[in-house]
Design a protein around this ligand. Sequence first.
Ligand SMILES: [Zn+2]
Length: 232
Amino acid sequence: MTPAKTVCRQLRNLQRWMPLLTDITSTLLAPRGAISASGAHVVRDLADIITPALDAPEEGPDGVRTYQGFYDWAKDWALSADLPPDGDPVYQLITRADVLHGTWDDWEAFTEDLERLHERIARLTGNAPRTIGPCIVAGCTENVTQQQTRSGASGPLECARGHSWTTIGCYRKDAARAITKPGISLTAAEIRDIYPDLSRERLKKWAQRGKITHNTQGYDLAEINALMQKVC
Ligand SMILES: [Zn+2]
């Protein structure tokens, strides 16, 4: 089940991105050289006339093409969740997400709809998240993604089930700690970066006692992971 915080993030993203979509639509539909040389008469902007008719509510999230369409889509869901009919439906869904998550029968259907809309608008507005790699939480089969913006990657790394990491460094360290396959050798400094509490002395002792493999490339990561699991 999609966590409430993921839903809030997706709704906030859509609030930010929908105006960009309108920009794209306007750019596509804007007539070239709309202002007449004489300025005698105002040429109507084709985008202003056509845009309101672009939405196709019957197509669900695939038919949302303008900010108004997004607003109407959110209003339908807010009504079906018995939220008060006045006020901004997007804001209402964000502020009540925590409660709705546990009580609303249609939560699953809503989050699937939202996920689809979010994915589509992200792609159209150049905000599609990039896939970082598999989720490394035991038993989770989702991918970990990070939001992309025009100024680069930003925000937390997270999977669809809500497991998250604040930076790519944190994700990599957790991924390294999850390695169980022998054969990856890291230097003492690299090991200490992954396990700051593991002293050099202890590492040496383990190698001397034959508990971990130590060669010219360094120490075996999987063997250290197994030992650290016992220690913790
Ligand atoms: Zn996960």
